[in-house]
Design a protein around this ligand. Structure first.
Ligand code: HAM
Length: 449
């Protein structure tokens, strides 16, 4: 029986793996440029952290969590998101006393969702969280940070931002009651999910994409009418900052987000180009979470970006960086030259920081080795045969330009690999950089023998 990966869990290989790394690394670099510091969180937490933090009646907790029990029967969960873990860690290590914290994290999250393009059961997020900071400025900073990330990735023209305010907890409770009063007489017209949510999480009905439910919602009370004056002022301050920064956004009064911890501001970036699962980044303020998890009341705000979806968007937008996994590929013409080749290639790696140099192992005809070199995408084939070893030099063949082959000492080769240009010929170089010079064994290899 052949094994296959578990449904919803993907292998990323080759260009896909390189693109996911590029997206993740770029997002992290941007978060660091705003002074955010890394926090590394466990993949497994107590299941209760999420039922309490994210909310018992949310989709994530109700139907999407991967739970397991350990040998002592403790209920654990593979983390479905990072915010609750981050808040837990802040409380556990006493890091919220006095000073604010700006943090980033990156890694896999797990949700048992129906798999489709852009929606996986293991997916990657890069998230940022700011603890201990109230007010609209930090929210504007978060928006600016995400925008800087879209720019750095070259996809800023393909994303759009929606924002909303949920108001205080009291305002939301009053709105919830009014919404339930309004929807109850229309219950027969609602879709099955919304009917269930009417008792568990009525605000989420606003998110429904079902046309019949949308029609019922047209006459529903508006959350905006319940938002109290301080929350309104807070939201206006954020809007003014975004206007000053000339960040385009749309206020979407129906944007409520699927996690219970949000208060006041919520936001979401979407990218229609990637299909139905179009949210690439989402977050907001969550001033109640730290207290709900047992800490002191602490204002907080953050967001998480879905790396898999952003990678899809980079593909759609043709914003993938050029990829060359290997710079140089070293062919070894005879097995007895292997020890020399192993040492020489390592010397080159040490002399040329960042060099990606692959050594051919396992023998094979010279022509086959050069074919491998070409397929690797390398710019140069380095050729080591008995004659090169005897002369303490390496033959170099340019794979992407038509130039005569050269024979070089390791130090000279290092200059070529670092700069792309061979060292200028010197009178005392002993002919080492003679461009047309070619060892007999390398000539043989080139002739396809
Ligand atoms: P979320 O909206 O559940 O929020 O997820 C954030 C992002 O993760 C989504 O916009 C999407 O790009 C990506 N994502 C979510 N589920 C999947 C999936 N099944 N497959 C692929 N990508 C997915 C949170 O997780 C909050 N913790 C965000 C936050 C941080 N709020 C405040 N701080």
């Amino acid at each position: 029986m052949a094994y296959r990966s578990v449904r919803g869990m993907r292998d990323l290989v080759g260009a896909d793996a390189a693109l996911a790394s590029h997206v993740g690394n770029t997002l992290i670099a941007v978060a660091q440029s705003f002074g955010y510091e890394e926090i590394r969180l466990p993949l497994i937490e107590s299941a209760e952290l999420f039922s309490r933090g994210v909310g018992e009646a949310t989709d994530i907790v109700e139907k999407e969590m991967y739970t397991l029990s350990d040998r002592r029967g403790r209920q654990l969960a593979l983390r479905p998101e990072g915010t609750a873990s981050c808040a837990r860690a802040m409380i556990e290590h006493g890091l919220l006393r006095g000073q604010p914290q700006r943090l980033w994290y990156a890694g896999p999250m797990f949700r048992y969702e129906r798999q489709q393009r852009g929606r996986y059961r293991q997916f990657e997020q890069v998230g940022v969280e700011a603890f201990g900071i109230g007010g609209a400025a930090v929210e504007a900073e978060l928006v600016q940070l995400a925008n800087a990330a879209w720019r750095a990735l070259g996809i800023h023209r393909h994303v759009s931002l929606e924002i909303n305010t949920l108001g205080s907890g009291d305002a939301r409770a009053a709105y919830r009651a009014a919404l339930v009063d309004y929807l109850t007489p229309h219950v027969e017209s609602l879709d099955a999910d919304s009917r269930r949510r009417l008792t568990t999480n009525p605000l989420r009905i606003l998110d429904s994409k079902v046309a019949a439910t949308q029609r019922v919602l047209e006459g529903a009370p508006q959350l905006a009418d319940f938002v109290d004056a301080p929350a309104r002022a807070h939201f206006d301050a954020l809007r003014a900052l975004l206007d000053d920064l000339q960040v385009p956004y749309r206020v979407n009064a129906r944007l409520v987000r699927g996690l219970d911890y949000y208060t006041d501001t919520v936001f979401e970036w979407s990218a229609g180009a990637i299909g139905a699962q179009d949210a690439v980044c989402a977050g907001g303020r969550y001033d109640g979470l730290v207290k709900r998890l047992g800490g002191a009341a602490t204002p907080a705000a953050g967001f998480a970006i879905g790396v898999d979806r952003v990678a899809l968007l980079c593909q759609e937008a043709e914003a993938e960086p050029a990829r060359r996994p290997v710079d140089a590929y070293c062919a070894v013409l005879e097995e007895r030259c292997m020890a020399w080749a192993l040492a020489a290639t390592q010397q080159l790696r040490e002399l040329v920081p960042g060099l990606r140099l692959r050594l051919h192992t396992g023998g094979g005809k010279p022509a086959a080795q050069l074919r491998r070199a070409d397929e690797s995408g390398a710019c140069w084939a380095l050729i080591v045969g008995a004659q090169e070893v005897a002369e303490n030099r390496i033959a170099v063949k340019w794979l992407r330009e038509s130039r005569p082959q050269a024979l070089m000492r390791v130090e000279e080769l290092a200059v070529l690999l670092r700069t792309g240009a061979p060292v200028p010929e010197r009178a005392d170089a002993g002919g080492a950089t003679g461009q047309a010079e070619q060892s007999a064994s390398a000539a043989n290899a080139l002739a396809g023998n």
